[in-house]
Design a protein around this ligand. Structure first.
Ligand code: ADP
Ligand code: MG
Length: 661
């Protein structure tokens, strides 16, 4: 059901939600609170400055607003708690002023400072809370308040929605889970902590069951039928390897051997190629794509972003320059006429290798004879999407590339049934990236270093976490950063910015200029997180580093150190956060992920963009590991029973209904 069916859900709100992949009322209901506030007004005022307390007060004076800086204001007034007059202050709530009338009873949430007799609120409920209440807290977006979301949820749940329960009936009964609709109500409007707990358990199991079922299903359908048994001249493959400007590492060669064997045998390839950032997975995939072409079939490679797809395309053009292969790019932003031309060539077999994005999944994309499917950064895609691409071929072989730095235990549980090749070592001559955590007050030092690197002919990435000016003062918006760097360096060298909201053509131009070394310093959002490869870049500076998880930081850092030049990474953060120092210690993705798991659970294992297989809403691989194991067992027996053939599961898996979102 469309979101517009929710009262008060305007066009601009719809757009905001659409950007995070929420298009329907059903999906909106899966926008769960990330925490709850348990509010019950206290009858006494505690004098411990550290305690957050909830008190009901009566307003005694008109509220005054003072503007401290841009985007930063303070609201102050007097209020009476029982018989005690308090000074109350709260930051960035100037908009509440009209609601704060003398004599009104309100609820304050915050801390009391006895010394100054001041109550520093971090939230105010303009209507006093009289009975204990649980407030769901949602992640907010620009211009949307928590109260808005609460209101929309209340409407959404009353609409005639189609709720699709992904737990098969037998397991719903076995574990006596509460019905899904009820569980949704419990999560969004809980009456007590037990309701939240039982609802969560149900959803966590559901997420993990669905996920494991898909993994197992995919594996079974892929390997149950025979694959293509091909013949190709292996010598040509070795000649190609000899033509490379570098020699492959032992692990790369081994992965290639694994892949070649799969291609030659009539067993269907279903292989995961795991390797840390910068370990050289692309070249392995390219060589296998070449072998597949030699055997007379088309190859395709799907990447999660246009920037990455374009880059792969350009490097493949170069790689196969002397090997008379026809390589084409297919991405969403291409002109209609261009697309048509490429599609025709793909369909008539004039193209040997296609590189593209999700756009490849479109129904209009038909291959002449697809034999080999590579998915780069596989964890960024949903199982359906990968399956969909494979279905465009006939018994095609598949290879997944992933740097997913997932601790080994979890990787084995999840992917244990797949064939895996691992690249453990980086190409020869790579140096550890020297990493340092710095406070913003130490920026001068960093800037000096920036200038040295540029004078030495190298290039630099700067990463800012937000695209637009943040509401929070400290966030370094990309334009502010540009001003800052321009101020520091004037026009001594060329700088540029790159972010997700730019048009594809613009992005492409910016990337091109950086690739050819014209642009020396590139200020960017995390759009460069995945896969971008510019060898001459030797420094990565990440602002507000505390806002990122270790996995993302490691990915970002992996943009430098891509040849034998010494590279550097600065993590700028004013907060003293222990986990950031893990990156100073190590350049090893697996070690870092172990630490990340230790320190904060699953964290943001899969990057900023929460899409793809493992972007669970509620489940956490570490915390819920036992549930994962059970879900895997259940999913496996469900698959064996073949009961799914008579259920919506089958429809979902054959992509007739949208299942993953
Ligand atoms: P990732 O595994 O992160 O996808 P890439 O495939 O992008 O890494 O490889 C990183 C860089 O290393 C690329 O520029 C690639 O050309 C280069 N490279 C790959 N293998 C080797 C090698 N054996 N020796 C030297 N450079 C290599
Ligand atoms: Mg890569």
């Amino acid at each position: 059901m469309e979101l517009s069916k929710i009262n008060g859900f305007g066009e601009s709100t719809r757009k905001l939600f659409s950007e995070i992949g929420i298009e329907t009322v059903e999906q909106f209901l899966e926008y769960y609170p990330y925490r709850y506030e348990f509010l019950s007004p206290s009858p006494i005022l505690q004098h411990d400055e550290k305690v957050i307390q909830v008190i009901n007060v009566v307003i005694e004076s008109d509220a005054q607003v003072s503007y401290i800086r841009r985007n930063f204001n303070r609201l102050r007034f007097h209020a009476k708690f029982q018989n005690q007059l308090l000074k109350v202050s709260i930051f960035n709530r100037a908009f509440l002023k009209p609601n704060l009338k003398v004599g009104k009873e309100i609820t304050l949430i915050g801390k009391y400072q006895e010394k100054t007799n001041q109550f520093i609120a971090n939230d105010i409920k303009v209507n006093a809370i009289l009975i204990p209440k649980i407030i769901p807290i949602y992640h907010l977006m620009k211009g949307i308040k928590n109260a808005n979301i609460e209101k929309w949820m209340k409407t959404a749940i009353t609409l005639p929605i189609t709720i699709y329960d992904r737990i098969p009936l037998a397991f719903q009964e076995l574990y006596q889970f509460i019905p899904k609709l009820e569980a949704l109500k419990f999560l969004h409007f809980p009456k007590n902590a037990e309701e939240i707990k039982s609802a969560k358990l149900r959803f966590i199991y559901e997420e993990l069951f669905e996920f494991m079922f898909q993994v197992l299903f995919l594996k079974e359908t892929e390997t149950s039928s025979n694959g293509l048994k091909r013949k190709f001249n292996k010598q040509l493959v070795y000649d190609f390897i000899d033509s490379l400007p570098f020699s492959l590492t032992h692990d790369q060669l081994e992965a290639i051997q694994d892949g070649l064997q799969d291609l030659e045998s009539d067993k269907r390839m279903n292989r995961l190629l795991l390797g840390d950032v910068g370990s050289g997975k692309t070249i392995v995939a390219s060589i296998l794509m070449y072998a597949n072409v030699l055997s007379g079939y088309q190859s395709v490679m799907m990447a999660p972003t246009e920037i990455l797809a374009t880059q792969h395309y350009l490097s493949l053009l170069k790689l196969f320059d002397h090997f008379s292969l026809h390589v084409e790019l297919f991405v969403g932003s291409m002109k209609q006429s261009e697309k048509k031309k490429v599609l025709e060539k793909i369909e008539t077999g004039q193209v040997d290798i296609v590189i593209g994005t999700h756009a490849l999944l479109n129904d209009h994309v038909n291959f002449f004879n697809l034999g080999f499917v590579v998915t780069d950064e596989q964890h960024r895609f949903g199982v359906n999407q990968r399956k969909n691409l494979q279905n465009k071929g006939y018994r095609s072989d598949v290879l997944y590339l992933s740097a997913t730095p997932i601790p080994r235990t979890y990787a084995l549980t999840i992917y244990g049934d797949m064939d895996t090749s691992v690249i453990k070592t980086k190409p020869k001559g790579r140096k550890e990236i020297i990493t340092q955590v710095k406070k913003e007050s130490e920026l001068k030092e960093v800037l000096k270093h920036v200038y040295e690197e540029i004078k030495n002919g190298h290039q630099i990435y700067v990463v800012a976490p937000l695209i637009e000016e943040g509401e929070m003062d400290e966030l370094k918006d990309i334009n502010l950063l540009k001003e800052k760097f321009t101020l520091a360096f004037r026009d001594k060298f060329k700088m540029d910015i790159l972010h997700g909201k730019m048009k594809s053509k613009e992005k492409e131009n910016v990337m091109k200029s950086f690739e050819i070394g014209e642009t020396k310093l590139l200020i960017s959002t995390t759009v460069i997180e995945v896969g971008v490869d510019v060898k001459n870049a030797t420094m990565m500076i990440i602002f507000n580093a505390e806002r990122f998880g270790l996995a993302t930081l490691h990915q970002l850092r992996g943009r430098v150190g891509r040849n034998d030049l010494q590279s550097y990474c600065y993590l700028i953060s004013n907060q003293d956060i222990e986990r950031l120092h893990v990156l100073e210690e190590s350049n090893d993705g697996f070690y870092i992920s172990e630490k990340d798991f230790e320190l904060r659970g699953q964290g943001d294992l899969f990057g900023v963009q929460q899409s793809g297989d493992m972007s669970f809403h509620l489940a956490d691989l570490k915390r819920d590991y036992k549930i994962l194991l059970q879900a895997k067992k259940d999913a496996s027996s469900y698959l064996k029973s073949k009961d799914y053939l008579n259920s919506d599961y089958y429809l979902a898996l054959t992509s007739k209904i949208n299942f993953t979102n």
